[in-house]
Design a protein. Sequence first.
Length: 320
Amino acid sequence: MILEMFLRCYPMRVRDLGEHELIKRIIKRLPSPNIGDDCAAVPLGDSYLLITVDGIHEKTDIPKGATLYEIGWYACASTISDIASKGGKPLSILASLFIPEDMSEKDVMSFLKGVDDCASVYGAFLDGGDINYGDSFSADVVGLGIVEKRYYVSRYGARPGDVVIVTGTFGTPSGALSMLQEGLSVPDYIRRKLLMPTPRVRESILLISTGLVTASIDSSDGLYESLRILSECSEVNITIDYERVPKDEWLEDTFSEESVFKHVLFGGGEFELVMTARPEIINYIDKVSELTGTSISVIGKVYEGKGVKILVEGRPLKVS
């Protein structure tokens, strides 16, 4: 009773809750059965219509020196990556903009071209949206996708005995961002990894078509956080070997060992796939990698229990 009275008098602030705790509380209060994953999956005959949205804001999400074209691409890629993580194919993209009245038409068109160019790579288009005026630039990009029900993969299916697989490499976008924020330059191909990421649509469709993938998420919030969410949603323990997590040579040559560790596990922004699958998936990894040109690595295993365990040189590392 005393605690309830306290909470009524002193409600929690968003800054105290944090993003993920706030999301958990929102999910508990909403009756929809389609909430709680990378996309809302709305039944549509033998398929699911996948719906997702991602927002960016000038003051919090746009790195120093980034062009509006790059930010448009990034915003669209973020949305498409959510669709990819569910095994879906993008259908349509919408964009809602808040723009300052003194923003140039050229900048608005540059942002929208970035969105549309990214969408077109995956067979979709920027099909419409909304424009409003605000004190600073921000945008919400909505993605619609489709996946057959038999191929849909949620965050909730990991089970003991599964292996953990990932596409691509980790840590480079976070490392590049830290340098740009300090006013330092990075090679063009590294800048592209940060600002013009490549959602793994084809890789996801091919891997999931094997029928062996049990849970999936994208790594936009960082590898450790993605693993934590899969562990929590599936009520299992996920253990990975840090040395098996793929890293770019540029990252290891540019940063200290401690910084590499932080960027790889906690940096985010890669938009790679983080999946659990039956061990037989190993028989298909090389073929999918050959077809797509994307590296696919086994980095760990799923056990009974809860939480995420990181092994460094075979020893468990406590992560606070």
